[in-house]
Design a protein. Structure first.
Length: 257
């Protein structure tokens, strides 16, 4: 009987839709590790693709029902038409919900990856600061060399605050949704944005003051050396003139001394 066959196809499709909803939409997911989150993204992608592939079957069932209705007596129309409408509505709703959830989880995964990239950038910056501070601990040289080190340190400190703002916002977005919250809190605690920033700024400011004092001291030393060199040049010129004029040292006791 054609009616029985069509109802069987409709029922089987309804069962598949119900199972898909229970498996991917009604089940509670916990995303406490990146692996579980990534696995959930992959599962939903597969579910979305599978649902899209079912579109052909739904269309075939709809064509079969409509063809049967076109030829069958009016008494058989209403029940089958209603079942078909329910099936199409359920299928479209399933696809829409799968697409929405898949998109949301993909955005969450992208958010997590972005957070990691910002944390990595900040850690690299902190390592550079640490290396630069060590390099300037016992710097030797003149005012120019010390000034270059100070400029280099100041340039390194021109670090965009946006990075830390992004870390806070991304972390807040994820933890508010209960996603990777324990891991993120652990990472942020380890990173210690505010504490590390304050500690390093204190160290940098102290080193900057030390370098500035070294520059000032080196500049004063350079000035003293120039004055001595100028004085020696004058004396050398005077003594050279005395030698040329055969002036005896006894005649100029101050210069001789």
């Amino acid at each position: 009987d054609k009616t029985v066959s069509l109802r069987k196809d409709l029922s089987e499709m309804h069962e598949w839709i119900t199972q898909a909803e229970e498996e991917y939409l009604e089940r509670d997911f916990e995303y406490k590790t990146p692996d579980k989150l990534q696995k959930a993204v992959e599962e939903l992608k597969r579910a979305k693709e599978e649902a899209m592939q079912k579109e052909v079957k739904v269309k075939l069932i709809a064509d079969s029902v409509n063809n049967f209705i076109a030829k069958a007596p009016p008494a058989a129309h209403e029940a089958l038409k209603k079942e078909l409408d329910v099936l199409i509505t359920s299928y479209q709703r399933l696809c829409s919900r799968l697409n929405g959830k898949c998109k949301t989880l993909e955005e969450v995964w992208a958010c997590w990856r972005e957070l990691l990239s910002y944390l990595d950038a900040e850690n690299k910056w902190l390592n550079e600061i640490e290396l630069k501070l060590k390099a300037t601990e016992n710097i030797q040289g003149g005012a120019e060399e010390i000034s270059e080190s100070l400029d280099s340190l100041e340039h390194l400190m021109r670090h965009p605050e946006d990075n830390r703002n992004q870390i806070r916002e991304l972390a807040q977005t994820l933890t508010d949704g209960g996603i990777l919250d324990e891991l993120i809190n652990e990472k942020l605690e380890k990173f210690g944005i505010q504490l590390i920033k304050d500690a390093y700024h204190f160290g940098v400011e102290r080193r900057q003051k030390s370098l500035e004092q070294s520059i000032q001291s080196a500049q004063e030393t350079d000035k003293t050396l120039r004055l001595i060199q100028e004085s020696l040049a004058v004396i050398d010129k005077q003594l050279t003139a005395y030698i040329a004029d055969r002036v005896d040292a006894a005649q100029v006791p101050q210069e001789a001394q």
